[in-house]
Design a protein. Sequence first.
Length: 415
Amino acid sequence: MSVRLVAQTAIFAVALSPVLVEPASWRLAAMLFCMLLTVATSLLQLRAEKQDRFTPRLAYPVVLSAGVTILVAGAANGGLASPFMMMCPTLMVVSTLNPAMRSAVPLLALLISGTWVLAMLHVRGLLGLPIVLGGPAAPAFPTRFAVTSAVLATGFLVAGTLVSLRMRRASQDALQQVSQAREETLALYADQRQVLASVLGELAHEVKNPMASIKGLAALMAKDQSGKNAERMEVLRGEVDRMQAAVEDLLNFSRPLSPLSQKQVDLGGICASVARLHEGMLSAKSLKVAVPPEGGALARCDPRKVKQVMVNLLQNAIDASPPGETIEIQITPRDAGQLAVSVLDRGKGLDPHVAAHLFQPGTTTKPRGSGLGLTIARTMALQQGGELAVASREGGGCSATLVLPREGVESPLAA
């Protein structure tokens, strides 16, 4: 819209040059009227679109004013011989493809009637090319020439309207087919995901209890063992812990999201709490974590779910970081009343082949990962009106960012 406004002003500025030295002052007045009308309607449309208030009703005066502008500018620059008249079919095509398609009917009537009025003015010697363009001020066109020009112009207008209507119908049919195919694909995906979640839930429930029994028996047997046997029992218990974590991920993925329990939360405090939970893992890899100060960033959210997301992000950063590095947790304000909590590491970075499918179930770069952690974490972020993004970090490593609104939201995923 801004570019069109500038372009229209430039076109009319060029069109003004032939009439500046014209003895007939009405030509200059007509061109100035066209410029003011074009600028006014363009500013009106620009303002309405910025406020998302450009309705079909508002499109009527905009389209009709464009038709009036072309006819008046054409009359000031030579009538049917004016280059401005070549814009009439183009205007018909644009108006027909416009959301306010019904405005094409009065516009077509306006342009056709205006064309015949110009032809009558030519026949009576009241209209002609400006002197600067090589014609006398008011040459009398032969009646046959004027009628032929008006008939051809009318034919071009009608043909342009019919062609654009056909284009509009074809584009609407294609869009409807694409939309229908998209809805069918989404419905099929939703059904498949529901079946998958149900199967995973049943499988996880069936495996969870035997895992707890195996872990308990391993703990009892480890008391009576020593040496190599004790080490093997410890490995067995560790593997059971890992399997239980995978089963818990499957259960979180398969069960419906619980409703939000929002309250005013200090995000710095959550980050510090998550860091304390991972002191053992950090120490084992000789890693450090830099957390933001507490009390400086408040947001209304579900603290339990935000903490679960942050646990997942910090664990991923610990797994990716080489020994001796420092993991940074930063909180930065954003526009539109949002806060961004970023977990920054200096690992290998994000694999480009994995980036496009990072939040899809089953996608993982860990040898023993379930591929559900980020999927669940992003779902929890979306539930609270936020977002979760992971990207490569300049200088190496990854940046995982959780964006949350400062004020609580009523998300459609909350129920």
